[in-house]
Design a protein around this ligand. Structure first.
Ligand SMILES: *Cc1c(COP(=O)(O)O)cnc(C)c1O
Length: 359
């Protein structure tokens, strides 16, 4: 072979299947329920802050993202050296595999879970060890602890789990951490933490303070409604956060993203009202589905999971017909974002119809 060849693992990287937007229709409003985005438009003041940053696009952004680090430090009550900003938490996942894994090192995570995990692990030529979720969509933390070997460098705990929905409890996480050797990094992916409403929820910040091997990842993409701007952050002990910052892309987080994130943190009470409204809608959808005779795994994020097996693609097609675009995983099920009231009504009505027709 004479042409340049990428590492063999590059050919093995699975593609990221992005949630599709619905095709516009003349006869009805269509809704995108395929990417767990926030359906609300930006808060007043956030657009203005971003526009302010646009005026200086000829300059590099603040490479140290000073204002955003300070705002997060104040919000969380943690020193800035225990934070690492990145281009979304997908960026963080790439960085942590890069910083902690040599080729053939193992990364343990639940499956099905977030589809960026196999991509990031394979891109780094590390090995993924996927532990099936339980029948109710929860992590099998016992099996995950047992899957840890001398080659394991990282374990990813996705809570709430995308796409199945349930979250782990603090007691479950504590019991799990007690079994994990101290040299193994445990990443708690809290992309949907703002939506959690359960007994004994995980307190991520208190947890990483008690463990030198625990790191949290969070994002502005979901509750904060900034998916288009690519900004997320890790919280963890200074040596771990520092390793993530060391491998970060210089100037990765744009000035516009920094400004919008700072402005969003300043308007947190208003944002959290919207989160509350989405949580209420989630409860309403779960109740409506139960009335229709359909149970879903306990959703703790801004989405619900329909386990549909072979019928998944039929369901996705039927959803498209009524103007809602869902995220199907062929042969497994469909993930559906909680969004506008009208869209949520259609989700419930469609399932009720399926159940009535014995589909
Ligand atoms: C959406 C999501 C993320 C965050 O993605 P960004 O890169 O921050 O947009 C991370 N983890 C999970 C489980 C997600 O669903």
């Amino acid at each position: 072979m004479t042409s340049p060849q990428p590492r063999p693992s590059i050919a093995q990287i699975p593609p990221y299947v992005a949630g599709k937007p619905p095709a516009p229709r003349a006869d009805l409003t269509t809704y995108k329920l395929s990417s767990n985005e926030n359906p609300y438009p930006p808060l007043p003041g956030v657009v203005e802050a971003a526009l302010g940053a646009v005026q200086t696009m000829n300059r590099y952004p603040d490479m140290g993202s000073t204002a955003l680090y300070e705002a997060l430090s104040a919000k969380l009550g943690v020193p800035t050296e225990e934070l690492a900003l990145a281009t979304g938490s997908v960026g963080l996942i790439y960085q942590l595999v890069q910083a902690f894994c040599d080729p053939d090192d193992e990364v343990v995570f639940a499956w099905r879970s977030f589809e960026a995990y196999p991509i990031a692990v394979t891109a780094a030529a590390a090995r993924m060890v996927r532990v099936p979720v339980l029948a109710d969509g929860r992590h099998d933390l016992d099996a995950m602890a047992e899957a840890v070997t001398a080659r394991t460098r990282v374990v990813l705990v996705c809570t709430p789990n995308n796409p199945t929905g349930p979250a782990v409890t603090q007691a479950e996480l504590d019991a799990f951490l007690a079994k994990i050797p101290p040299q193994v990094l445990v990443v708690v992916d809290e992309a949907y933490v703002e939506f959690v409403r359960m007994t004994d929820p995980v307190d991520g910040v208190a947890t990483y303070r008690r463990h030198e091997n625990v790191l949290l990842t969070r994002t502005f993409s979901k509750a904060y409604g900034l998916a288009g701007f690519r900004v997320g952050y890790a919280v963890g002990p200074a040596p771990l956060a520092g390793a993530l910052r060391a491998v970060s892309l210089p100037f990765g987080v744009s000035g516009v993203a920094q400004a919008a994130a700072v402005a969003s943190l300043e308007r947190e009470p208003e944002l959290l009202e919207r989160v509350e409204a989405l949580v209420a809608e989630r409860d309403r959808v779960v109740a409506g589905l139960a009335d229709a005779g359909w149970a879903v795994p306990e959703p703790q994020g801004n989405f619900v999971w329909f386990e549909l097996g072979d019928r998944t693609l039929d369901y996705a097609k039927a959803a498209d017909v009524v103007g809602i675009m869902v995220r199907p995983f062929a042969g497994e099920g469909a993930r559906v974002t909680i969004a506008e009231t009208e869209a949520n009504d259609r989700v419930v009505d469609l399932v009720a119809k399926w159940v009535r027709e014995g589909a």
